[in-house]
Unconditional design. Structure first.
Length: 257
């Protein structure tokens, strides 16, 4: 059902079974996948592609121009996957040419009210942004990460899979996978045990990750020596530990500790 007060550009592509509420605006070069529901007073700007069976609530701003002083109106994009929930007054911005030209959001993510995703961010699957959480530009968030309410993530930071950022946290360095981080300047407080158990990580895997955490972050060793010790241990062969070591090895901003 499309409400008669909705304004839809003829060049927008609307899938089967899409619902669009009163006074919403859909611009040209927009694609909306089948079964997606868009509430009242939603604005979807040009260059936005929305997947199937998403839910977008009232007053959300989807695909607006990036908040970057160097942006001069170039044609860029926002790609949103399937089954995302986008709550009230969420803002998701498209990319910039300098950042690759597109913001990309995966599947089954949950953006709570007033959360913000800036230009050129790359978000995986089943990520949660709680109320008022804000991402600056060029941020990478891996699958299953949770960003707590009113937290702020600095541009170019990376958040690893299954990481949990508590509310009111300021993140200026990368947060490794599986970790719990908190503080006005984020510090690590061990593994995200609750989240890992909810995702059915085995006890053996949890023991291995705990051991790795202690060696890297609590042994007093330099990062280089800590990683060398882990690589000499059989736990380094588990996929989760390999992912953690790869994430740390590829960090450009440095790792929160």
């Amino acid at each position: 059902m499309i409400h008669p007060t909705a304004l839809i550009d003829p060049k927008a592509e609307i899938g089967e079974g899409v619902e669009i509420g009163p006074y919403s605006i859909i611009e040209k070069d927009v694609l909306i996948g089948e079964g997606t529901k868009i509430g009242p007073h939603v604005v979807v700007r040009e260059g936005t592609h929305i997947g199937k069976r998403c839910q977008i609530f009232q007053f959300a701003s989807i695909g607006e121009a990036p908040q970057a002083l160097f942006y001069k109106g170039e044609k860029t994009s926002l790609f949103i996957g399937d089954q995302n929930i986008i709550r009230e007054s969420v803002t998701l911005h498209r990319g910039t040419i300098k950042g690759g030209g597109k913001t990309v959001i995966g599947n089954e993510n949950f953006f709570m009210a007033y959360s913000h995703v800036a230009h050129d961010c790359q978000i995986g699957n089943q990520v949660i942004l709680a109320n008022g959480a804000a991402l600056a530009g060029h941020i990478l968030i891996e699958d299953y990460a949770t960003i707590g309410a009113l937290s702020g993530i600095h541009q170019f930071c990376q958040i690893g899979s299954h990481a949990y950022i508590s509310g009111l946290t300021g993140v200026t360095l990368d947060i490794p996978p599986y970790m719990l981080a908190s503080g006005s300047r984020a510090k690590l407080f061990g593994l995200n045990i609750v989240g890992l158990k909810r995702h059915r990580f085995s006890e053996e895997t949890l023991r291995g990750l705990k051991k790795v955490y202690r060696i890297i972050f609590r042994s007093g060793l330099t990062l280089e020596k800590a990683i060398k010790r882990i690589e000499e241990d059989e736990i380094s062969q588990t996929p989760e530990v390999q992912h953690l070591l790869s994430f740390i090895g590829h960090s450009k901003r440095g790792i929160s500790r």
